[in-house]
Design a protein around this ligand. Structure first.
Ligand SMILES: [Zn+2]
Length: 228
C-alpha cells in the first residue's frame, strides 16, 4: 500500500537534491560575485563622475579668475601708459597682480593633475567592468548548460512521479502533500531496527510498537513510520 508513495517520495527528494545542486554551483557563486562587483563599479563610477564635475567647475572658476587678473594687468598698463598712475603704484600693483596670477596658475596645474588622476582611475574602472562582464557571461552560460542537463533529470523524475501517482491512494497522496508543505521530508519512513523512527532515530515506546496499526506517528519529528 505504501510502496508507491515511498518511490514517489524518493523522486521528490531527488528533485530537491538536484534543485539544490543547481542553486549552489560554483557558477552561481561567480554570477552573484560579479553582480555585486558590477554594483560596486557603478557606485565608484557615479562618485568619480561627481568628483570630475567638481574639478571641472573649479578649473573653470580658476580660468575665469586668471582672465580677470590678465585684464587687470592690461588695465594697469594702459593706466600707466596714459599717465593716470605713477610708476611706483604701477609696479606695486603689477606685483600684486602677478603674485595672484602665479598662485592661480599653480592652482590650475594642480587641478589638471587631479583630473588626470580621475581619468586614469576611470579607465581602470572601465577595464575592470569589461572583465567582470566577460566573467559574468561565461559563468551564466556554464550555469545554463549545467541546468539544461539537470532540468532534463528533473523532467524524467516528474514523469516517474506522474506514473506512480496513478497507483497511490488519494488519501495517502493528500496526506503526503500536506506534510511536504510543512517541510517534513521525508514524510514516510521505515521502522529502524524494529524499534526506532527511521527519520529521527527516536526510540519508540512499547505501547506505540505494540499497536496493530501499520503506521505510527512519530511524536518527536511528526513523520509517519510504516511498519513492514
Ligand atoms: Zn521521528
Amino acid at each position: 500500500m505504501y510502496e508507491n508513495i515511498f518511490k514517489y517520495q524518493e523522486c521528490d527528494m531527488e528533485i530537491f537534491k538536484i534543485k539544490k545542486r543547481m542553486q549552489t554551483t560554483e557558477y552561481k557563486k561567480i554570477i552573484s560575485t560579479m553582480v555585486q562587483k558590477n554594483k560596486d563599479i557603478q557606485r565608484d563610477k557615479d562618485a568619480m563622475e561627481k568628483e570630475a564635475n567638481i574639478l571641472l567647475n573649479q578649473i573653470n572658476d580658476v580660468k575665469n579668475s586668471i582672465n580677470n587678473e590678465k585684464n587687470e594687468m592690461e588695465s594697469l598698463e594702459s593706466q600707466y601708459n596714459e599717465n593716470k598712475i605713477t610708476k611706483e603704484i604701477f609696479v606695486s600693483k603689477e606685483m600684486e597682480v602677478s603674485t595672484r596670477l602665479n598662485n592661480l596658475l599653480k592652482k590650475l596645474v594642480k587641478l589638471q593633475k587631479d583630473v588626470e588622476i580621475v581619468n586614469k582611475k576611470f579607465d581602470e574602472l572601465k577595464k575592470n567592468a569589461k572583465i567582470i562582464k566577460i566573467n559574468y557571461k561565461n559563468a551564466k552560460e556554464a550555469q545554463e548548460n549545467f541546468e539544461k542537463n539537470e532540468l532534463r533529470a528533473i523532467q524524467k523524475l516528474e514523469n516517474d512521479k506522474k506514473e506512480l501517482s496513478k497507483n497511490i491512494d488519494s488519501a495517502i497522496m493528500n496526506e503526503y502533500e500536506k506534510y511536504k508543505k510543512d517541510n517534513i521530508m521525508p514524510v514516510y519512513v521505515k521502522l529502524y531496527n524494529n524499534e526506532c523512527c527511521g527519520g529521527c532515530m527516536q526510540k519508540l515506546s512499547t505501547s506505540q510498537l505494540s499497536k496493530d496499526d501499520k503506521r505510527i506517528d512519530c511524536e518527536m519529528c511528526r513523520r509517519i513510520i510504516i511498519k513492514e
